[in-house]
Design a protein around this ligand. Structure first.
Ligand code: PXP
Length: 248
């Protein structure tokens, strides 16, 4: 099976920094450390309200990283201009009010196809790989394919929430849906990523999907870093992912 990439999302290092308004802890330092600990890429979400990552962070990350940057953004003109300026390796389009719709899944592509097709075209032309963050839903996958996305990222939040809340039948049903939709998306020629809410407990079944090429994980790794350090939390996640992948 192909190597499963780990993208480390460093947004919440910036959340801690911004709690005091200074420049510590520095997300760029965290990104460099993540790289040393085995991250294959760094993910950062520049939110419209700049609640964690800032424009300056994106500039610094673009200059400092040795691994690819996955720039998460809403489908707005402002974010498009920033992405076109920095030309990151990848751009992941996410819903603007994602946290309010976490149980509903990802971006509504099917109902906004025309606008999104025009929105992503210049990003592709600038050389970024365009990824669309969506629920495990055939209609959304087909729409993402039609608008010209090269990658989809499957939203694992529903699966992880069901696990955390002990709704095990729902968790298992969602896992089956994720697996089927990973296979379906791959059959269309899309590269498949997954992420949101993944932890040591929930990562293995997703890491086993042969079609999934990359997992993007942030909040849990940064939280666990409080106890064991960022390098150790990433190394342990990497180990669990590799073990699951090799056993599959
Ligand atoms: N993938 C996408 C598209 C996301 O928006 C996020 C959260 O910013 C993640 C992955 C990582 O989720 P978490 O921080 O819960 O691991």
């Amino acid at each position: 099976m192909e190597h499963l990439r780990l993208g480390v999302n460093i947004d919440h290092v910036a959340t801690v920094r911004n709690a005091r308004g200074g420049d510590y802890p520095d997300p760029v330092r965290a990104a460099k450390l993540a790289e040393e600990a085995g991250a294959d890429g760094i993910t950062a979400h520049l939110r419209e309200d700049r609640r964690h990552i800032t424009d300056h962070d994106i500039e610094q990350l673009t200059e400092a990283l040795g691994v690819p940057l996955n720039f998460e953004m809403a489908a707005t003109k402002e974010m498009q201009a920033i992405a076109l300026r920095h030309r990151p390796h990848a751009v992941c389009i996410v819903p603007e009010k994602r946290e309010e719709r976490t149980t509903e899944g990802g971006l509504e592509v099917a109902q906004d196809e025309n606008r999104l097709a025009h929105f992503i075209a210049p990003l592709r032309e600038a050389g970024s790989r365009v990824s669309i963050f969506i629920a495990a839903d055939r209609r959304q996958i087909e729409a993402a394919n039609r608008i010209g996305a090269q990658v989809i990222e499957l939203h694992t939040g529903t699966y992880c929430d069901a696990h955390a809340e002990g709704r095990l039948a729902e968790r298992d049903a969602e896992l089956i849906r994720l697996r089927e939709m990973a296979t379906f998306a791959h059959s269309l020629g899309l590269e498949v990523h997954a992420g949101h809410g993944l932890t040591y407990e929930t990562v293995a079944p997703v890491a086993e999907f042969p079609e999934v090429r990359e997992l993007n994980i942030g909040h849990f790794l940064v939280g666990e870093a409080v106890f064991v350090g960022l390098g150790a939390s990433i190394a342990e996640m990497r180990r669990i992912m590799d073990e699951a992948r090799n056993a599959a």
